[in-house]
Write a protein that binds this ligand. Structure first.
Ligand code: C2O
Ligand code: CU
Ligand code: CU
Length: 492
C-alpha cells in the first residue's frame, strides 16, 4: 500500500549526492558524521556508508486525535491512558519502536475546560519507571509527576488536574528522574489544551481550522531505530506530529496553529518561505493581550506559540513551506519543516479581535533571587550541567519560597557557547526583562519556559500562591535537565 509507494523514497544510497539533489535528504547518521569530521565534504563522503534518505513533503501531516474521556462525572472527566511501546512506520518502509500514550506518536490531545477537573489513570506497561508531568499546570505536588514520584513498570496511578487556572496550551510528558530526556525523545509527550470562557468567546479559527503542530527532531539509524545519545547534535531529521517533513493540506482561509516545540534540545526559528506575515496570538500561558503581527516565531524546547495564518492570500494550487533557521543541521536537513498546500477555498467566519484577554495584575514583588545555569564546555561527554554550580539532587531544597510570595527571579545563562532555557513548574510567570530590555511582544504574555542565549540574563516574576510543596525548576533542554540542570523549590 502506501508502504510500497513510499519505499521508493528510502534506500541505502550508493550515491546520496544525486538523491539529495532529487529532493531526498540524508538521515542524520552518516551524513553528519562526515560533516563533523570533515566540514564541507558531507555529501562526498556518504557513499557506501549505508545512509538512508527521506523524501520531503511526501507524506501528509496527521493531527493527533483528541482523547475521549472514559467517563464523566458532572463537570469532571476521567481518562484512561496506557503507556506502551509500539512499532510505527515513521520513515517509509522502516519500523521504529516508540514509547507512546495509548499508541499515539505524539500522544493524543486532551481538551479540558477551566472548572472541569480531569483525572487521568496512567498505566505503565513499559519496562522503565515513568512519571507524567502536566507542563504549565498549577497542580498539587502529588499530581506534578515529580521525578522521584514514579509509576513502576506494570503499575498504574491517578493524576488529578483541577484546571482552576486560566486557559493555556499545556502539554504532558514524562519526567522520571534522569530518564525524562530519553523517554520524551522516544515519544512520551502530548498536548493538553485547557480552555476557558475568555478564550472560547473569541471568534478565532476553531474546529478543523485549529491545528496542533508538535515539532521535534530525531536521529534514526539505518534500520529505522531512534538513536538516543545525551547531548547528540546530529538529530537532524525534523518531525511534525510524528512524521518527517510532511505536507499539510489547508483551505484558503485562516488557521489557528497551536505550535509546540517538543524536541529535547533543539530550538525552532520559524518563518514562512515567502516571508509572509502572520499573527501570534498566544504563548505558553495562553493568549497575549493583543495579536502581534510578525513573520517569525522562535520556540525553544518546551515553549508553545499560538499563531493565526491567513492562507487566503495564496492561490488554490500553490504551496508555502514552513522554514526553520535554527541549527544544528545543514539547511538541507533542518531548513524546511513542513509544507502547507492550499487545496481549496472555504468560508471563513473567523477573525482575530484586536483585544484578546486581560492579563492578571502584576503585584509588587516581595522577594528576589538569582539562578545561574551552566554546563561544562571543555568537551567532556556528556557534559556536567548545573544550577547555581550544583548537579540536581532530588533530596535537596535549593530555593525556599514563602507561600504567597511574588518573586522576581534573575536567571543567567553563564555559558559562552551553549544555549539554555528555564522552566518553572507550577506557575505561569511574566518576563520583565531580557538583557536589560523589555520583552518582545511574543514574550509579553504568560510564560512558563523562557529561552536564554549564551551569556544572557532574563528577569521574570512569578506568584507562588496556589499550592505548597516541592516542585522542580530546570533547563527544559531535557538532555541538560537529565544531566543535572534541575533544582527544587519548596513553597511553604
Ligand atoms: Cu515540561 Cu519539568 O517540565
Ligand atoms: Cu513543567
Ligand atoms: Cu540547558
Amino acid at each position: 500500500m502506501v508502504t510500497r509507494r513510499r519505499a521508493l523514497a528510502v534506500g541505502v544510497a550508493a550515491g546520496s549526492t544525486a538523491l539529495t539533489g532529487a529532493g531526498l535528504i540524508p538521515l542524520a547518521n552518516a551524513a553528519n558524521r562526515a560533516a563533523s569530521d570533515a566540514p564541507g565534504t558531507a555529501t562526498a563522503d556518504t557513499a557506501g556508508a549505508g545512509t538512508a534518505t527521506v523524501a520531503k513533503f511526501a507524506v501528509p501531516m496527521p493531527v493527533p486525535p483528541v482523547l475521549a474521556p472514559t467517563y464523566t462525572v458532572g463537570s469532571a472527566s476521567v481518562y484512561h491512558v496506557t503507556m506502551k511501546k509500539v512499532r510505527k512506520e515513521i520513515l517509509p518502509g522502516l519500523p521504529t519502536d516508540v514509547l507512546t500514550y495509548n499508541g499515539h506518536f505524539p500522544g493524543p490531545t486532551i481538551r479540558a475546560r477551566r472548572g472541569g477537573p480531569v483525572v487521568i489513570r496512567q498505566r505503565n506497561t513499559l519496562d522503565m519507571p515513568t512519571a507524567v508531568h502536566l507542563h504549565g499546570a498549577a497542580v498539587h505536588p502529588v499530581n506534578d509527576g515529580h521525578p522521584m514520584d514514579t509509576i513502576a513498570p506494570g503499575a498504574e496511578r491517578l493524576y488529578f488536574y483541577p484546571n482552576q487556572q486560566p486557559h493555556a496550551p499545556l502539554w504532558y510528558h514524562d519526567h522520571a528522574h534522569h530518564m525524562e530526556a530519553e523517554h520524551v525523545y522516544r515519544g512520551l509527550s502530548g498536548s493538553y489544551l485547557l480552555t476557558d470562557d475568555t478564550e472560547s468567546a473569541l471568534p478565532l479559527p476553531g474546529g478543523r481550522y485549529e491545528v496542533v503542530i508538535a515539532l521535534r527532531d530525531a536521529r534514526f539509524d539505518d534500520t529505522g531505530g531512534l538513536v538516543y545519545a545525551m547531548g547528540d547534535r546530529t538529530r537532524t531529521t525534523l518531525l511534525a506530529n510524528g512524521v518527517p517533513y510532511p505536507y499539510f493540506q489547508v483551505a484558503a482561509r485562516k488557521y489557528r496553529l497551536r505550535l509546540l516545540n517538543s524536541a529535547n534540545v533543539r530550538s525552532f526559528d520559524l518563518r514562512l518561505a515567502d516571508g509572509g506575515a502572520f499573527q501570534q496570538i498566544g504563548s505558553d500561558g495562553g493568549l497575549l493581550t493583543a495579536p502581534y503581527t510578525t513573520d517569525r516565531v522562535f520556540l525553544s524546547a518546551g515553549e508553545r506559540a499560538d499563531i493565526v495564518v491567513d492562507f487566503s492570500r495564496y492561490p488554490v494550487g500553490s504551496s508555502v513551506v514552513l522554514r526553520n533557521a535554527a541549527g544544528p543541521g545543514t539547511p538541507e536537513q533542518t531548513g524546511e519543516v513542513l509544507r502547507f498546500d492550499i487545496v481549496r477555498t472555504a468560508a471563513d467566519p473567523s477573525s482575530v479581535p484586536a483585544r484578546l484577554r486581560t492579563l492578571p495584575d502584576r503585584p509588587e514583588p516581595t522577594a528576589g533571587r538569582t539562578v545561574d545555569l551552566s554546563m561544562t564546555e571543555d568537551g567532556s561527554t556528556p557534559p556536567a550541567a548545573y544550577i547555581d554550580g550544583k548537579v540536581y539532587d532530588p533530596g535537596r531544597v535549593d530555593a525556599a519560597v514563602t507561600y504567597g510570595a511574588h518573586e522576581v527571579w534573575t536567571v543567567t545563562n553563564s555559558n559562552r557557547v551553549a544555549a539554555h532555557n528555564f522552566h518553572l513548574h507550577l506557575v505561569q510567570f511574566r518576563v520583565l526583562e531580557r538583557g536589560g530590555l523589555p520583552p518582545s511582544p511574543a514574550e509579553s504574555g504568560l510564560k512558563d519556559t523562557v529561552f536564554l542565549a549564551p551569556g544572557e540574563t532574563v528577569k521574570l516574576q512569578a506568584s507562588f500562591d496556589t499550592y505548597r510543596g516541592d516542585f522542580p525548576y530546570h533547563c527544559h533542554m531535557l538532555d541538560h535537565s537529565a544531566m543535572g540542570m534541575m533544582a527544587t523549590m519548596r513553597i511553604g
